[in-house]
Design a protein around this ligand. Structure first.
Ligand SMILES: *[C@@H]1O[C@H](CO)[C@@H](O)[C@H](O)[C@H]1NC(C)=O
Ligand SMILES: *[C@@H]1O[C@H](CO)[C@@H](O)[C@H](O)[C@H]1NC(C)=O
Ligand SMILES: *[C@@H]1O[C@H](CO)[C@@H](O)[C@H](O)[C@H]1NC(C)=O
Length: 418
């Protein structure tokens, strides 16, 4: 493991300000970088150097240098700043936690920033997005994942946590979202390792960046969904936020034949919330995550009653799964609906919409998705259950062009958020 000593090198360099930040990021993530001839890495050094580098920010791209400071730190040091006031006011509203996939300023500038409280960037970094978010009192966290084989290895875990903590600090971010979704056996070393990873990550983050946010994404229900036998109580105890992914609910179809079914059934969402509350995870830590996307299922056959039979695609022990379909953004669901003059159906057993179309080759497809009507039930459920808030995968899945219908779509989807 060379990462630890690399970090020491990075932070020594950072404190002396001789290396550009952008270059530092390359160094941190360049696993092929030459073996550094450094002394043994120590957490105390790391902490001091990091704090020093945070105090002496010199490569902030924001118009106002304060915008590079994590919001919690800014709250302690510059409480009267405008953007800090916005942030403080938001503490009284429901959390709106948005995942964002890579997109440019023409898209993210149209998010309803007054609604948002946290954005989690998935697989990209845009410093101007961080400036914009902080200016609006919105936290930015990065998504992180770890290989399952590293979980039992305490050294690998610690290195992982430190690398991410340094990256988060150097990028002026407010925390980390752990998105680990691999299968893990009950009672395994990996299961214990995952809980330790979350505990250790939270400890390091909270120590180095007081008030930083550590969140963890969980399946729609606790237990062995997708063979993910995690210690949810332990993970919930260590995390600041548990993001319940109330979607991909058909990843394992065990009952009946292989058919297209809802992505996000309201009753399953309710069962899922209860399953986490029962484990003792406080409602103030729970976010109900909803899909701003749906599934496009090619139908092997279509009954008169619109039952769409799908291909048998096994997943982690189930004979059928939603892997028979493909995920598409909400904007696709709407444009396809309009293009085909489709008939809107409402599934009252799940409170979700669906429709069926025939493509150019004569193949039927069924779309299982969510729209403002179905989402409003889920937002109400979250609020009525006393949860901390709601979130979505992902905020950039709308039509963000300037056409009147696109602007209406943006307004309908964003306005509904609490
Ligand atoms: C929660 O975490 C704290 C601090 O890490 C620990 O002392 C406590 O035992 C944990 N509680 C549970 C229920 O795991
Ligand atoms: C749809 O029709 C098929 C027969 O064509 C029947 O087996 C199935 O139970 C029906 N499904 C529903 C939901 O009514
Ligand atoms: C999967 O299909 C096989 C063959 O039809 C069957 O024996 C098995 O019980 C099924 N497994 C599940 C989990 O439904």
């Amino acid at each position: 493991m060379q990462f630890a000593s690399l970090l020491f090198l990075v932070f020594s360099a950072s404190a002396s300000g001789k290396i550009l930040r952008s270059h530092l990021w390359d160094v941190i993530f360049d696993q092929h970088a030459g073996e550094p001839q450094q002394k043994k890495f120590q957490l105390e050094h790391f902490t001091d150097d990091l704090q020093y580098s945070l105090e002496t920010l010199s490569y902030c791209p924001c118009e106002n240098q304060l915008l590079c400071m994590p919001l919690e730190e800014a709250k302690r040091k510059h409480e009267s700043a405008d953007h800090v006031q916005k942030y403080v006011e938001k503490n009284n509203k429901k959390e709106v936690f948005a995942f964002v996939l890579e997109c440019d300023i023409t898209v993210w500038s149209k998010f309803y920033w007054d609604k948002l409280t946290t954005i989690a960037t998935a697989g990209f970094y845009d410093a101007y997005l961080v400036c914009h978010a902080h200016k609006n009192g919105v936290k930015v966290v990065k998504m992180g994942n770890i290989p399952t084989s590293d979980l039992p290895n305490s050294h690998a875990r610690l290195t992982w946590a430190k690398v991410h903590a340094s990256d988060v600090a150097l990028k002026f971010l407010d925390g980390i979202n752990i998105d680990f979704e691999d299968a893990i056996d009950d009672g395994s070393e990996e299961q214990r390792g995952l809980t330790s990873l979350v505990q250790e990550t939270a400890e390091i983050f909270h120590k180095i960046m007081p008030g930083s946010q550590v969140s963890f994404d969980v399946a729609w229900k606790a237990g062995g969904i997708d063979s993910r036998y995690y210690d949810y109580a332990g993970i919930g105890n260590a995390s600041d936020i548990i993001f319940i992914m109330a979607y991909d609910e058909q990843s394992q179809i065990f009952d009946g034949s292989c058919t297209a079914r809802p992505n996000s059934d309201i009753y399953r969402a309710a069962v899922g919330i209860q399953s986490y509350l029962k484990l003792g995870i406080p409602s103030e830590k729970l976010i109900l995550g909803v899909p701003w996307y749906g599934y496009n299922y090619p139908c092997m056959s279509l009954d008169l009653n619109e039952t769409c039979s799908i291909e048998k695609v096994p997943f982690r022990g189930a004979n059928c799964s939603d892997a028979a379909g493909k995920e598409y953004p909400y904007s696709f669901m709407i444009s396809t609906f309009n293009q085909h003059h489709a008939t809107y159906h409402w599934d009252k057993d799940s409170l979700t919409p669906y429709y069926t179309i025939k493509d150019e080759t004569g193949q039927y497809h069924q779309m299982r998705y969510d729209d403002p009507r179905s989402l409003s039930y889920k937002y109400m459920l979250a609020v009525a259950s006393g949860l901390q808030g709601v979130g979505m995968w992902t905020a950039n899945f709308l039509d963000y062009t300037d056409s009147p219908s696109a602007v209406e779509q943006q307004d309908q989807m964003w306005s509904l958020l609490p």
